[in-house]
Design a protein around this ligand. Sequence first.
Ligand code: TTP
Ligand code: MG
Length: 400
Amino acid sequence: MDRRILHIDMDAFFASVEQVLNPALRGKPLIVGGSKEDTRGVVATASYEARRYGVHSAMPLAQAKKLCPDGIFVRGNFERYQEASDKVRDVLETVSPIIEFTSIDEAYVDVTGSQRLFGGDDAIAQHIKSEIRHKTGLPCTIAITPNKLVSKVASAEGKPDGYVCVRAGEERDFLRDLGIGKLPGVGPRMEESLMALGITTIGDLAAMPIGVLLARFGPMAYALQRRAQGLSTAEVTPATIPKSMGRETTFERDLTDWARIEQILAYLMERVAFALREHRMEARCVTLKVRYADFSTHTFAKTLNQPTALDYEIAAALRELVPKARVRPAPVRLIGVTLSALNFDQHQLHLFGKVEADKWERALESVDALRERLGFEYLRCGKSMGLGRDVHLATPSLSR
Ligand code: TTP
Ligand code: MG
């Protein structure tokens, strides 16, 4: 049976949620990301009315204010967006269990097996759109096509409040006249290289003699051209969302030296923060776990004002928690750190305009990239450096 893959993306998501919460904002140019007085933040998103003025995501607020002086600026309320996203998930679950969220407002659903029950693509899309409207008041755009790649492109084309259906065999026709920059994986640099070869549409790339592409891009040319032809076999892989992530270790012998304990704690923290970022998640709660020599186990938790995936913010929370653990003068048998109240990273670092965080985020991106290439131990940052390169934990424990 032909695969049918649905892609859904909520329209102007944060702005639409704000408009549901406060109907006075409907139909108005609305900019989410910071108040009018906010000078440092960036735009998280803008309503379609505000987009007419040229305002878009990631634009500095100051610039948005110049382009759209009569716009309404709000800071945003991430919890409400997560709630809305959860309701969208509930609706999608009524259609198929194979759901993969790729961001807070975007998901793929394999609806191959749902065709008979609902009576086809159109009925599935209709059902989802009206249920989401009913349960959340929010508009969305849906595409159903033979694969993830074409669905992703098609839903972007269908915005806002749209539905696009591409049948098997029509993929290439559908993509043909679209600008080459619309093909997923083609960023601004790649777009430039393709333009230099005279390729301006996805159809141009699909029809290009492969030799020309191989000469310019090497072996990746094959995959590139296949994508332009609308071919993709990627599966919808439902991600189980972890509730928490933790790292802990039992020492070879009980320790009383807190300088040493804190070094190991810093190492565990770096590891769990790295894992968190790998999952593109953020945490709002940091828990320090201590088992003393007498096996009594205590946890000390701190809830952050805002979710984070940054080492230095998690370290700051631990610095507040460690003195609480040290109140008991007993030797320590086990130490651990757990991050919970997790959600997917939704650029809220930018949303709340934290310049400092921004700097760290960029630094950690490079650190993580090196670690992926060379191994975790290659690069370490804070207190844990005192442990040296090859850290050996007697009982490394990975928990979720
Ligand atoms: P998008 O789906 O990219 O944008 P959107 O839903 O606002 O608009 P569209 O109709 O074009 O889909 O992102 C979803 C939400 O993620 C968006 O509402 C706000 C947030 N976001 C940021 O905070 N910063 C960003 O740079 C982007 C792109 C999105
Ligand atoms: Mg969206």
